[in-house]
Design a protein around this ligand. Structure first.
Ligand SMILES: C[S@@+](CC[C@H](N)C(=O)[O-])C[C@H]1O[C@@H](n2cnc3c(N)ncnc32)[C@H](O)[C@@H]1O
Length: 314
């Protein structure tokens, strides 16, 4: 099977063509079985079928991992518990970290707390032989920041289900070595947003994982290509890459994305969101800002994108 490529097709069929033990790092962000509107994949299986399918594809991922390989799984609340136990008890992996990705710009809910996190399970085959490049992922300390919250919106908003205001305003919040990570979701108005896949992950999040858990020249696998973030980041960081994606349309767009970037290109997005966004005290008040026509248009687009991203129960 050709590497440094995205293959259009089912990941289980594709993975079966690989030999045992060839992948250094796998990152998988599968459909969460929550009724998300993908163009081809039907994201609402009976629970038992979803779990059986998850057993099948995770077994293939574990088979193709090297003995010192690493597997990161992104998963929502609905199946996090079952899949974590499956990876440990049935596939014999060891969980190194249970990272919570805390994001802003999630989908707003009316009658429950808006979801603002996903689970990222960092699993390895051998807890005594693994890649973890500590020096490659250091970021400035949050203690460098200045805090203050005198301009809070008087009408308020419902807190997200990680109960903080903004990470920028926490004096000691979310240090680089903690397992709650803050990266904004790639929302409609962001330059980084490709605009055609609602589940696009931020490049900086994948950057941290790929830098920490693989070395230049290693092979990085993503069974669920989506918008192609994992493969794009792997390519920029000088790793080999291999991906699968069921949808022909998404696959073509991933190929275009990969063709448009080069090894060594900088990752999109702020490397350290805590330091790059102003604190609340230093932010601009709405009444200080003249609405610009372009902003109003972008805002409308974002609302549409967010409503398209609406999930049952949200
Ligand atoms: C949550 S999205 C991945 C998003 C991706 N992490 C990103 O940053 O863009 C899941 C993707 O898996 C794809 N998919 C679903 N079933 C698949 C299968 N059996 N094989 C390959 N891809 C599949 C869907 O079409 C969808 O694009």
């Amino acid at each position: 099977m050709q590497i440094n490529m995205l293959h259009n097709g089912d990941c289980i069929a594709g993975l079966k063509q690989l030999n045992d033990g060839v992948v250094d790092l796998a990152f998988a962000d599968p459909p969460f079985n929550i009724g998300y509107d993908y163009d081809v994949y039907h994201d609402k299986l009976e629970s038992e079928n979803y779990l059986a399918w998850s057993r099948d594809w995770t077994a293939e991922v574990v088979r193709v991992l090297k003995p010192n390989g690493t597997f990161w799984l992104a998963i929502g609340d609905e199946y996090a518990a079952e899949l974590k136990i499956m990876l440990q008890r049935q596939h014999g992996l060891t969980c190194r970290s249970w990272v919570v990705w805390y994001y802003t710009f999630g989908v707003n809910c009316k009658y429950k707390f808006s979801r603002s996190h996903a689970h990222l399970f960092h699993m390895v085959k051998n807890a005594n032989d693994l890649t973890f490049n500590v020096e490659a992922i250091r970021v400035p300390s949050a203690r460098q920041l200045v805090y203050g919250d005198r301009r809070a919106n008087p009408t308020g908003r419902l807190p997200d289900d990680t109960w903080i205001l903004r990470p920028q305003d926490l004096p000691d919040g979310f240090q680089a070595d903690e397992d709650t990570w803050y990266f904004p979701r790639v929302c409609g108005t962001f330059k980084e947003r490709a605009g055609w896949h609602g589940c696009q992950m931020p490049e900086q999040l994948l950057g941290r994982i790929i830098r920490a858990c693989s070395n230049e020249g290693d092979l990085v696998l993503d069974p669920f290509g989506g918008s192609g973030t994992t493969l794009a980041v792997a390519k920029k960081l000088g790793r080999k890459y291999l991906g699968f994606e069921l949808s022909a349309e998404y696959s073509q767009r991933i190929k275009d994305r990969l063709d448009s970037i080069n090894v060594g290109d900088p990752l999109d997005g702020a490397p350290e969101p805590l330091a790059s966004a102003p604190t609340t005290a230093n932010g601009r008040r709405v009444d200080e800002v003249k609405p610009k026509k372009r902003f109003v248009r972008a805002k409308k687009k974002e609302e549409i994108a967010d409503s398209e991203a609406s999930l049952p129960g949200f």
